[in-house]
Design a protein around this ligand. Structure first.
Ligand SMILES: N[C@@H](CCC(=O)N[C@@H](CS)C(=O)NCC(=O)O)C(=O)O
Length: 206
């Protein structure tokens, strides 16, 4: 039977989350690396033109939150990281949305699109994204126990670690001022699935 395929890009933190889950949940999913910038053919798979994109028999799944739920559905027994979509969905989507803000600000900076004209929009987008990120991190730190969800490592911890490790090499965020978040990210970053998915700093730009 044809296996499911995950299209990913080496530097993408959203893709890294899916790749670590595939490794740690021991899933029969083939991972297919796409070059940066993504070719326009990705729009044939995903109308948003983004990775990660998961192709299973008869279905193409995105965005990342939906892919994590599909990957969970493919597991045969509960394995770390744990995930209860009903209970954890708001937390996961908030973390992933913070990631969207991080990626958007990085794209604005790297493509030279900083403000050059009068701002008639009412807010400074880069400043507002920075506030989103700072407030989300403070909110996460406040509700953190050992892990973001109780005493068990979850998909939310993995998502946060993928995004903050990405930020170190692309658009630095001062996340190390939060001790509980720092412990989570440092502990996860030394694990096998994170070691196997370290991006090449010289190849990908995103
Ligand atoms: N909200 C999306 C974000 C995915 C995303 O931003 N992917 C980036 C790579 S990190 C991408 O494919 N960018 C290519 C493009 O926008 O052209 C998700 O949750 O999957």
């Amino acid at each position: 039977m044809e296996s499911a395929k995950l299209y990913y890009e080496d530097g993408s933190p959203f893709s890294r989350l899916c790749r670590t889950l595939i490794i740690d949940w021991e899933l029969p999913v083939e991972t297919i690396e796409l070059d940066w910038p993504l070719s326009e053919s990705i729009f044939e798979e995903n109308p948003l033109g983004q990775v990660p994109t998961l192709k299973t028999i008869g279905e193409t799944i995105f965005p990342t939150s939906q892919i994590t739920e599909q990957l969970l559905a493919m597991t045969v027994e509960p394995l770390a990281p744990y995930f209860d979509p009903l209970a954890d969905r708001q937390l996961l989507i908030t973390i992933l949305s913070m990631g969207d803000a991080m990626i958007a600000s990085n794209a604005i900076n790297k493509s030279g699109l900083r403000q050059t004209d009068k701002n008639t929009y009412g807010i400074d987008i880069l400043e507002r994204n920075k506030m989103r990120i700072d407030h989300t991190l403070a909110w996460l730190e406040k509700q953190c126990e050992k892990w973001l969800v109780n005493e068990k490592v979850s998909v939310c911890d993995y998502a946060l670690a993928c995004l903050l490790l990405w930020s170190d090499s692309r658009s630095p965020v001062d996340w190390r001022k939060h001790p509980k978040i720092t412990r989570i990210v440092e502990e996860l970053s030394s694990g096998d699935s994170f070691a196997q998915t370290v991006p090449n700093p010289w190849v990908s730009q995103d």
